[in-house]
Design a protein around this ligand. Structure first.
Ligand code: FNR
Length: 385
């Protein structure tokens, strides 16, 4: 379909499916087991309702926010997704150029198609272009610039992990490191495995017999070498030391772990179940946020809380912010947008999210994000589920 016919973020999914090889589309779409965690993520947002207030002058509203101390045009960012070159030749380069144009933050995966240096260069280049266009006198505060953050998978070989951190720092563009902590091993990605089995059977029955003996196929085997099942809280110390800047834990799923992270001086936690791709029947991020509000409310003052998983509507971002989150990460819609339309698709997806967010602020009667507070939402349905 023509890009102008894309109206909501979900429209990108079908657009991508129509043009992508099934295997690459499945890689994005895939979730763990029967998809229970993914479905939970998708339905959680609708279970929280707004409490719109009337008679507020909302002629202009201000959606600006900040992430870990850096200004951000909006309280959402693009999540870390690996191998974006599988969706479109522009890959991560297209994504970061779109981010730089729109002043939105992005989290860059440890497993990119382009190198982190190439990504950093393209990002800096696009930011410079934008600076020249921006009228003189407009400050960073008035018009936030895009920022990148680095998602770290910690491989079992510590030397490789340290090297990865040092490379990230040397690029000079990453503001923080987000350590993924929900991926001790790769989750059971059912759709990927089915497709892989079918392909193996079609090409070589012998090879598939071999794969069957070896375990559950090459996908899991290959990716697990990048992971580290022995990671513990102790490892945080050297990771923090090596990086020397803000650290966020990506994939916190309970209030207890958020509280422990806060006690250990971590700068932020991303409540996330990895888009439903890791533990199935894992909690959606909004539920974990409510759990923190109930049992460890002081965590909200000690570090920044981020959420991701299933957010497909710019206005939904306001629900998380009202409940105390700093920003919401969005994954798949941007990968589908890139796959279907390249950089232009990512730009359109950013525009749709920001337009929905601004309209949402106007309709609930919120002039700026300081006015986002728990009274703006009713989360009782989610609590009762
Ligand atoms: C991911 N995610 C992910 N997370 C991470 O820490 N490192 C990674 O390399 C990846 N790669 C990745 C690839 C693809 C195709 C998807 C869909 C997801 C998880 C991602 O950062 C985020 O947690 C979820 O995507 C958020 O859920 P939604 O918005 O996709 O529903």
């Amino acid at each position: 379909p023509h890009i102008s016919s894309i109206v909501v973020p979900n429209d990108f999914e079908a657009a991508a499916k129509a043009v992508m090889p099934l295997k690459s589309w499945t890689y994005i779409f895939s979730s763990a087991h029967d998809g229970s965690a993914l479905r939970g993520n998708l339905t959680s947002w609708g279970a929280v309702r707004f409490r719109p207030r009337i008679f507020h002058d909302v002629t202009t509203v201000d959606p600006r926010s900040s992430i870990l101390g850096s200004a951000s045009a909006f309280p959402f960012y693009v999540s870390a997704m690996g191998q974006m070159g599988r969706g479109h030749p522009a890959g991560e380069i297209g994504v970061v150029r779109a981010l730089a144009k729109r002043g939105v933050h992005g989290l860059i995966s440890s497993e990119t198609t382009a190198t982190m240096e190439e990504i950093a260069t393209a990002f800096a280049d696009e930011k410079n272009k934008k600076r020249k266009e921006t009228s003189a006198g407009e400050t960073e505060q008035e018009r936030p610039e895009a920022q990148l953050h680095f998602q770290l998978y910690v491989p079992s070989d510590r030397a490789i992990a340290v090297q990865r951190i040092q490379r990230a720092r040397a690029t000079g563009v990453f503001r923080s490191v987000w350590v993924t902590v929900d991926t001790a091993v790769l989750g059971k990605r059912t759709a990927d495995r089915r497709l892989q089995a079918a392909e193996a059977l079609a090409t070589s029955p012998e090879l598939s017999a071999h794969a069957e003996r070896a375990g559950f196929g090459l996908l899991a085997h290959h990716s697990n070498s990048q992971l580290n099942a022995s990671l513990t809280w102790d490892d945080l110390k050297w990771i923090k030391r090596e990086w020397g800047g803000p650290v966020v834990l990506k994939g916190v799923q309970t209030a207890e772990d958020a509280a422990r992270a806060a006690d250990l001086g971590v700068d932020g936690v991303l409540l996330s179940n990895h888009g439903g791709r890791q533990m199935h029947d894992a909690p959606d991020a909004l539920t974990t946020l409510l759990e923190i509000r109930t049992y460890y409310p002081s965590v909200l003052d000690k570090l920044e809380i981020f959420l991701d998983g299933g957010c497909r509507d710019g206005a939904d971002v306001l629900k998380a912010v009202s409940l105390g989150a700093k920003a919401v990460g969005v994954g798949r819609p941007f990968f589908y947008a890139l796959s279907a339309y390249g950089q232009k698709g990512v730009e359109r997806c950013l525009d749709i999210f920001s337009d929905e967010l601004v309209t949402g602020m106007q309709l609930v009667g919120m002039k700026n994000l300081d006015e986002a507070c728990p009274e703006r939402v009713n989360a009782s349905r989610l609590l009762n589920e």
